[in-house]
Design a protein around this ligand. Structure first.
Ligand code: CS2
Length: 499
């Protein structure tokens, strides 16, 4: 999205112009007294997904039941969201893309702070007694974990924060510093709710927070452990990034200039582990599921939706497709994706008892076929080194354990290898925290597929140390990589058909 192009003669979407927008019958607007609503939630990472998902559930809960659940979004690095949204009183439009597009102006975000410029303000906000809940979408890499699940004490951000705990830059550093302040001030703790596509996200975050606190103060660690809940949660809604056409079409529909609307599909799901006490918005009344078995939901979502997504992203990009819709509309890709789901993913995990997992998988593939959504494969391809650890590698491991086939899963992994190799060869930008590493590993430019596979599998922070010793996996990966390399872009569908 090029924000500088969005100059228009229209009035801006602001609190003042909200009545005018609300007069357009088809546009939903906040129904609660927004100006007198206090901030009760601090959200770390107020990107598109947060604004399309948790902020919307909170908006709907306040529309229904009120409450002081305004959100303070904390951008950890970039100031863009603050710059753009401040000018529109933090209001923005959600465009729900289905057969007909539905629009809702969201008012739940009331403030955005930028952590690397306003760290004191962030800690003040997080320590305030009015803040009851801290939620996060910081992506996989934000958890700063080592491959054994502990906090990576060698991570640059963590090293920085441990040396400067009152001026942190990482989400973990902010959480611990503000809990420390609350404890000192006699303010009760907040609960922490992770909303990332990370399996066991609450448990992983808890571990990271406690490991960090332990480095500073054992008593603080114990206090956090006794007082803070970190429920696990599964989140789902396909949210393609905002494009210039989104800005134009939304501004036209609401007859006011919205410089950063958000688009997403109609389907949305949020399942939260029911293991916490304390106040929260009336989410249960607006569709959030509270359950004891969040793991089954998490597995189903990460292994079906996200794994299939990444497979489409890498294999689909190699075949020259641009969007999820384009790739899944190809009949060979459709069949391959369905086969991968049925033969190798379903059966690798225990789904929740209320879920018919075959129907769930079919519904996901139907969601990919939504013609109103232009979800770029390039967007999904970001951060593969982190994402695949959550959505692909655990399935391969479980299938090995269960003596099940890993052939198609290895095709997906080999597609990622080739995707990275081609990017390095062609000097294209790789959006991944390990991009520098990929540019440096020797095997990446090799014509010998065995060398390529071994160089990737040797990256312990991604693959641990089991894959590199597994001859069957190595054979499948080298075999697929060879096939991919001896196939032209246009023939990749034919190759996929033969799998
Ligand atoms: C996607 C997800 O970008 C990606 O990696 O797989 O963002 C996906 O769209 C969401 O998890 C859907 O809930």
């Amino acid at each position: 999205m090029n924000l500088s192009q969005n100059k228009s003669a229209k009035k801006k979407l602001t609190q003042e112009n909200l009545t005018q927008v609300a007069s357009i019958a088809a546009i939903a607007t906040p129904q609660y007294d927004r100006e007198n609503t206090e901030i009760g939630i601090v959200h770390l990472g107020p990107g598109a997904f947060h604004r399309a998902h948790q902020a919307v559930y909170t908006e709907n809960a306040m529309n229904l039941s009120g409450g002081n659940w305004g959100i303070c979004g904390v951008s950890l690095r970039s100031a863009i969201a603050q710059e753009v949204l401040q000018q529109q009183d933090y209001l923005y439009t959600l465009a729900v893309l289905d057969q007909n597009t539905r629009y809702q102006v969201i008012g739940s975000i009331k403030e955005i702070l930028v952590a690397n410029k306003q760290s004191d303000d962030v800690i003040t906000r997080m320590s305030a007694a009015t803040t009851k809940l801290v939620t996060l979408t910081i992506t996989e890499k934000g958890y700063c974990l080592a491959s054994d699940g502990s906090l990576d004490l060698n991570h640059e951000d963590i090293k920085h924060d441990l040396a400067n705990p009152i001026k942190p830059i990482s989400a973990i550093g902010f959480i611990v510093e503000s809990l420390k302040q609350r404890r000192m001030n006699g303010t009760s703790a907040f609960n922490v709710l992770s909303c990332d596509n990370v399996s066991g996200n609450g448990d992983k975050l808890r571990r990271a927070v406690l490991d960090y606190a332990e480095q500073l103060d054992d008593q603080l660690k114990t206090w956090i452990s006794d007082n803070v809940a970190f429920p696990n949660a599964m989140v789902d809604s396909i949210t393609p990034k905002t494009e210039n056409y989104t800005v134009e079409s939304v501004s036209k529909a609401i007859n006011a200039q919205d410089n950063w609307p958000i688009q997403r599909e109609d389907f949305s799901q949020w399942v939260i582990e029911n293991n916490w006490q304390g106040e929260r918005p009336d989410w249960g009344k607006v569709g959030v599921i509270f359950t004891d078995d969040v793991e089954g939901f998490e597995h189903a979502k990460l292994r079906l939706l996200n794994c299939l997504h990444s497979t489409l992203a890498y294999a689909g990009s190699l075949a020259g497709f641009e969007t999820v819709f384009d790739a899944i509309s190809d009949k060979d890709f459709f069949q391959f994706i369905s086969k991968l789901a049925q033969n190798e993913i379903i059966g690798s995990f225990t789904p929740p008892k209320e879920m018919d997992v075959k129907v769930y998988a079919d519904e996901i593939i139907q969601r990919f076929l939504n013609p109103s959504i232009r979800h770029l494969l390039a967007q999904i391809a970001w951060d593969g080194s982190q994402k695949l650890q959550m959505r692909l590698l655990p399935i391969i491991r479980d299938n090995i354990q269960l003596n099940r086939s890993t052939k198609l899963l290895c095709f997906s992994l080999a597609s990622w290898f080739e995707f990275i190799c081609q990017a390095v060869k062609n000097n294209q930008e790789i959006i991944d925290p390990m991009a520098n590493h990929f540019n440096e590993i020797t095997g990446v430019l090799s014509n010998d597929v065995t060398e390529v596979v071994n160089s990737f599998l040797a990256i312990e922070s991604i693959f641990g140390n089991d894959f590199v010793k597994n001859d069957i996996i190595i054979k499948q990966l080298t075999g697929h990589l060879k096939e991919i390399r001896s196939t032209t872009k246009n023939q990749l569908s034919t190759l996929i058909r033969s799998l």
